[in-house]
Write a protein that binds this ligand. Structure first.
Ligand SMILES: Cc1cc2nc3c(=O)[nH]c(=O)nc-3n(C[C@H](O)[C@H](O)[C@H](O)COP(=O)(O)OP(=O)(O)OC[C@H]3O[C@@H](n4cnc5c(N)ncnc54)[C@H](O)[C@@H]3O)c2cc1C
Length: 404
């Protein structure tokens, strides 16, 4: 009688559970054992998206989808042709969890509750026959011939394939290093900017739909909604900028200058000429509403312009000051604040060492990776879970079927 194939998955988060289910569906004869350190499964899924779980994003073109990953965009392109948000939607829908799309493309369960998603994943694991063991203290992971020996406090497991899905936990990085992998040092991504010297703190809650936010002296520039907060700036544009510049901002200890263009599609020169034109043609008019009222008043008074002054009474120098203020307004970032709805770690297993056709190590055969353990992170909006689903789908299938 042939011995049963054993596949061990380490980590009971989104990637681990999804990967384990895929393992079983790709090879139902295999024994799939999932080991979780804590007594809780899917902890991050539970708290994700403010308790609603932003499962994925309604972006169905692999090329466009991949652009939402500051790290991993090139490598994820081919995996997204195999498992993308459409497949995620179908997977959950087939298991009784329809997803709905919000105006900005984020997708949530129609129940608006992450519990629906966790329950669905746990049911899928249970009906597939995944053996889940929680509160597991793994003492050692070793290579024994082509297999792995996993030593637990009360057991020893021999596995033909090992799938590491331990998220950003240093332990997983250590195991990957032990098997020859390089770890790109982890740094936080997706955070908001602290700007204690900002004169706009009392305007918290105001949102500008299309600001352009640039990190001074860097190529990092994002256009999108900007939110004023009690501590500085947030909103999709700032979160995206924090992701793009995650490493740069870490290196300067989150002390930097952000330049805000409050006026959509205008550079300083164009906007200045526009103001001069108005002065010439409609000298009796005052500033039209370009921004939320309180914010516009605050920005104009900051350059000592009374918003009620007609254009005809403003000098060229006045108009120059207004143009500079509204198109290149500078603020000093002094630290960061975690965005509670979603945060991730940039850094992890070096992507050059992974075969993305199988999510398998190029260094240690039969060792697979999925989710945040990799040096992949997305911007906010459901992209980070999509990375977990896609990489786990491929890793799970490959772990269950040896390379020919
Ligand atoms: C507050 C918050 C909200 C978020 N909201 C969203 C959202 O709405 N949408 C989105 O796309 N992304 C969101 N994210 C990001 C998303 O949660 C992660 O990208 C995703 O959970 C990564 O999944 P993972 O399985 O790779 O890692 P994890 O979810 O971190 O799972 C890793 C698992 O491995 C276990 N583990 C670690 N070490 C060991 C060990 N030695 N032995 C055994 N097990 C071990 C851990 O306990 C954990 O259960 C959010 C993140 C946070 C923190």
């Amino acid at each position: 009688m042939s011995k049963q194939t054993v596949i061990v998955v380490i980590g009971g988060g989104a990637a681990g559970i999804f990967g384990a289910v895929r393992c079983k569906s790709a090879n139902c004869a295999a024994k799939v054992i999932l080991l979780e350190k804590t007594n809780q499964l899917l902890t991050k899924v539970k708290i994700s998206g403010g308790g609603r779980c932003n499962v994925t994003h309604a972006c169905f073109d692999p090329k466009k989808l991949a652009q939402n990953y500051p790290r991993g965009s090139k490598e994820l392109l081919s995996p997204f042709h195999r498992f993308q948000p459409k497949d995620t939607i179908t997977w959950f829908e087939e298991r009784g969890v329809p997803l709905k799309k919000e105006d900005d493309g984020r997708m949530f369960p129609t129940t608006d509750s992450s519990a629906t998603v966790t329950q669905c994943l746990l049911n899928a694991a249970s009906s597939a026959g995944v053996e889940i063991r929680t509160v597991q203290h793994i003492q050692a992971v070793e290579r024994v011939g082509p297999s792995f020996l996993i030593t637990l406090h009360d057991d020893r497991l021999y596995a033909r394939s090992l799938l590491l899905a331990t998220g950003s936990a240093p332990w997983g990085h250590k195991i990957a290093q032990m098997f020859g992998h390089n770890i790109i040092p982890p740094v936080p991504s997706l955070f908001t900017f602290n700007v204690p010297s900002s004169s706009l703190l009392d305007l918290a809650g105001i949102s500008v739909p299309k600001a352009v936010v640039t990190l001074e002296n860097t190529p990092f520039r994002v256009q999108g909604p900007l939110l004023l907060t009690h501590w500085g700036f947030s909103g999709p544009s700032v979160l995206k900028l924090s992701a793009l510049a995650a490493r740069t901002l870490h290196e300067c200890n989150y002390q930097a200058t952000v330049v805000i263009n409050w006026i959509e599609g205008e550079n300083r020169e164009g906007f200045y000429n526009n103001l001069l034109e108005r002065k010439k043609r409609r000298p009796e008019e005052t500033f039209p509403p370009l921004l939320p009222h309180n914010l516009q008043t605050r920005l104009l008074t900051a350059v000592r312009i009374d918003p009620k002054t007609p254009f005809g009474s403003l000098s060229h120098a006045d108009l120059g000051k207004v143009a500079s203020k509204l198109t290149s307004d500078r603020y000093i970032i002094e630290g960061k604040t975690t965005y509670k709805h979603e945060f991730v770690t940039a850094g992890g297993v070096d992507l050059r060492e992974i075969d993305f056709k199988r999510m398998e190590s190029r260094i240690t055969p039969n060792l697979f990776f999925a989710g945040e353990i990799l040096d992949i992170d997305g911007v906010t909006g459901g992209f980070n879970f999509q990375n977990a689903w896609t990489t786990a789908w491929i890793a799970g299938e490959a772990a269950a079927t040896p390379a020919s």
